[in-house]
Design a protein around this ligand. Structure first.
Ligand SMILES: [Zn+2]
Length: 156
């Protein structure tokens, strides 16, 4: 299985490089906090997802079933990220939206898996939110698959 082995090694190398690259980007965000400050304000799970690009388990976030009108804010800096008007039930077990609010999220390629995915994070504090896929509903055709622990819901 030489091909399989090469792929595995390449993926491991890429994953090993990722934390340093992520840290280097933090300086460019409007809201910055030290690792200690983030640890103090977040739970372990929130820190793992928001600051280390982890993923919460599917169907664990109460926000997955949130159907009230309102706004979803970044848990890291309170920036409004998504409107309830763009939320839909994707069946994946993660809060899903077809569109972010204007000037709310930024993206970058995520090569941690064999398939390159589009990672998305808060444009103001850099906290990881989730990924954006191309199998969403109209009008955008996008599916923002977001970790509920990265969000705070504010009812309208
Ligand atoms: Zn933020």
């Amino acid at each position: 299985m030489p091909l399989h082995r090469r792929q595995f090694l390449a993926t491991s190398a890429a994953a090993a490089l990722l934390p340093a690259a992520t840290r280097a980007q933090d300086d460019s965000f409007e809201v910055t906090r030290s690792e200690e400050e983030w640890r103090a304000m977040l739970t372990d799970l929130q820190y793992e997802v928001m600051r280390e690009e982890g993923t919460e388990r599917a169907f664990t976030s109460p926000l997955n079933d949130e159907k009230r009108a309102g706004t979803f804010l970044c848990k890291g800096c309170d920036l409004p990220l998504y409107s309830s008007e763009t939320k839909f039930d994707s069946g994946t077990g993660w809060p899903s939206f077809y569109q972010a609010l204007p000037n709310a999220v930024e993206t970058k390629p995520d090569r941690k898996l064999f398939v390159t995915r589009t990672e998305c994070h808060c444009r103001r504090c850099g906290s990881h939110l989730g990924h954006i896929f191309d199998d969403g509903p109209p009008p955008t055709g996008k599916r923002h698959c977001i970790n509920g622990v990265s969000l705070t819901f504010r009812p309208a």
